[in-house]
Design a protein around this ligand. Structure first.
Ligand code: ATP
Ligand code: MG
Length: 576
């Protein structure tokens, strides 16, 4: 590639709408441009990085025995109606009509379409298993597209779907995909964690997410350094506290708390710590039932756990009017005692004594509340978000740490969630008709590119892992107008290209300072500088983007050394 005729519109300033490093740097490095909210152009270098990630994904998926297909982006509504998701998916689904007034959507994911393919083509257990994948543009009308490629509305995804005769065979494939994903992210130069994740309201099924740790991540994951337990915080299990011998119950007493509503305000007012409070939150759920969720004052409700416990698709905090109707008090004074709705209490409250809660009355709280005496009807469960410092739910001595993560992929054991409603069946060895057992496996291709930049950059620009860099080497003659520099550069460009090295030759007549700044910003893994003085001495300056100091390499050795360096870096990525 020659810099001069490649579209690389670099910028010195961060775009004003960009908050995270990958968004800023991909725009500044001239790799992407926004067209509309969450919708981007990929310029030559950006696209090359995307294609590299795709290439790795494709190679590893093929190696694992999956077969590449391409499904339509435009999907008929009928298939989505069959699965029930046409109504459930909500506004993220972009719907439209064709000229005959038939309804379609732009596929945000393809379980329906692929299940339809398989139900038409698969007859017998002999046709199974199958793992079909595609790399395709998806559209989701995200409520908050942001962070550039991290949460776009249009983005590239690798989505795979596997079909099996038995649960055991699907579990085998699930493990194979987990291993394949670990390889893929390692080869992309990413440290990714495999963490347990939400399976939604369908119980008993398994799911894992793969997260790239980064401060800008939208998810929180907890991890136990002792036993390795890792989970998305939304569903990470908590261990109920070992009940200390609680003080014997005192009388329950109503105290005036004028204008104090939050745990913080009341705790400061009464001089009692937050863990002595029962926080009472009213939720509306699918089906319009109202439930009260109780957690200790220093804990937070996990809506994911609540949803799964209730087996519903959504829960939402009740509005003020509902709270007032149910508690008979303004918002901020709800408490479990005497409340006439279903009470779901976190296990940390079981047997708790001497607690404080709202009195379901304006400007009043109860103190001295005993769970067994004052809200005996509560139904206990794990309803709180795990937190850093919590005891590990799996091992005796560990304490959980919390990290921010970017979800780059996930694997999901679906069972017969789609095959049953869509009647995707096969005949087993005894000739009985049974629903196929399914798994689904996604990777955000464009999000992975962003995550790589989040994990690999410095104040000057991107530091691409060699395996997914838009090119391997930035060849930088300081003065293009100098004939000997130009000739040597052209010769190296030809020879390196011939040896399979991807070179960006900076053939611009720019000041050296500009060229150096652009090289750092673009972040190709290796930079070779040719200057008039070093040329006289017969050397080139060799600098790896990730290293601080340059070294000199004799011109005659450049090609073999680059080839060796490249082979080494690509090889290392395979073994981690
Ligand atoms: P999220 O919780 O981040 O919205 P999701 O659970 O909706 O993700 P999936 O439906 O499982 O994600 O999609 C598979 C993969 O596609 C995700 O792991 C992620 O890498 C990627 N992905 C999902 N939504 C987006 C988006 N809006 N922009 C870019 N990549 C995305
Ligand atoms: Mg989503």
């Amino acid at each position: 590639m020659r810099y001069r005729n490649t579209l690389i519109p670099t910028l010195r300033e961060d775009p004003s709408d960009a908050e995270v490093a990958s968004h800023k740097l991909l725009v500044r490095a001239g790799m992407i441009r926004q067209v509309a909210r969450g919708i981007y152009d990929f310029l030559p270098l950006g696209l090359r990085a995307v294609r590299k990630v795709e290439g790795i994904v494709r190679e590893e998926m093929n190696r694992a025995g999956a077969q590449e297909i391409l499904l339509p982006a435009v999907c008929p509504a009928e298939l989505w109606q069959e699965s029930g998701r046409w109504d459930r998916y909500g506004k993220e689904l972009l719907r439209f009509r064709d000229r005959y007034d038939r309804e379609f959507c732009f596929g945000p994911t393809h379980e329906e379409v692929v299940t339809d393919l398989v139900r038409r083509e698969v007859r017998s257990y002999r046709d199974l298993p199958l793992n079909l994948y595609q790399i395709q543009v998806k559209f989701r009308d995200e409520m908050r597209p942001r962070f550039g490629l991290m949460r776009g509305r249009e983005f590239l995804m690798k989505d795979a779907y596997s079909f099996h005769a038995t649960v055991e065979d699907c579990e085998r494939e699930y493990e194979l995909m987990a291993e394949t994903y670990r390889k893929i992210f390692r080869r992309c130069g990413l440290a990714a964690w495999q963490v347990e994740s939400d399976t939604g309201a369908i119980g008993g099924l398994r799911a894992h997410e793969f997260h790239v740790l980064a401060e800008s991540g939208e998810d929180t994951i907890v991890h136990c350094p002792s036993c390795g337990y890792s989970a998305n915080v939304e569903l990470a299990e908590t261990r109920p506290p070992t009940t200390e011998s609680a003080p014997p119950g005192g009388p329950k007493e109503k105290v005036a708390t004028p204008g104090r509503r939050t745990v913080e305000e009341v705790s400061a007012f009464l001089g009692l710590p937050a863990d002595r409070f029962v926080k009472t939150l009213l939720y509306r759920t699918e089906g319009e039932e109202v439930v009260a969720v109780l957690v200790r004052g220093d804990h937070e409700v996990s809506e994911t756990k609540l949803k799964n416990h209730l087996g519903v698709a959504w829960v939402a905090l009740a509005d003020d009017a509902t709270v007032e109707r149910i508690t008979g008090a303004p918002v901020g004074f709800a408490g479990p005692s005497g409340l006439r709705v279903r009470l779901l209490a976190d296990r940390a409250l079981r047997g708790a004594r001497g607690m404080v809660s709202g009195a379901n009355e304006a400007d009043a709280h109860w103190v001295g509340l005993d769970q067994e005496r004052d809200f005996p009807g509560a139904e206990f469960g794990d309803f709180r978000r795990a937190e850093a410092g919590d005891p590990c739910p799996r091992c005796p001595e560990g304490r959980l740490e919390a990290h921010r993560g970017i979800e780059v992929g996930n694997i999901f054991f679906l069972g017969t969630k789609y095959s049953e409603p869509m009647r995707a069946t096969f005949l087993d060895a005894e000739g009985r008709s049974r629903p196929v057992v399914m798994g689904t496996y996604g990777i955000g291709i464009t999000r992975t590119v962003a995550a790589a930049v989040e994990q690999h950059h410095d104040e000057k620009g991107i530091v691409w892992p060699p395996t997914i860099a838009p090119a391997h080497l930035h060849l930088l003659p300081t003065h293009w107008s100098s004939p000997p520099l130009r000739e040597t550069s052209e010769r190296l460009y030809r020879e390196l290209g011939g040896a399979g090295v991807e070179v960006l030759l900076d053939d611009r007549e720019e000041r050296p300072g500009v060229k150096f700044a652009d090289a750092d910003l673009l972040g190709l893994p290796l930079r070779l500088v040719l200057g008039p003085k070093s040329l006289e001495r017969g050397v080139a300056e060799w600098k790896e983007r990730a290293e601080a100091q340059p070294v000199e390499v004799p011109l005659g050795e450049v090609v073999p050394r680059v080839v060796e360096w490249l082979r080494g870096s690509l090889e290392r990525s395979k073994h981690g």
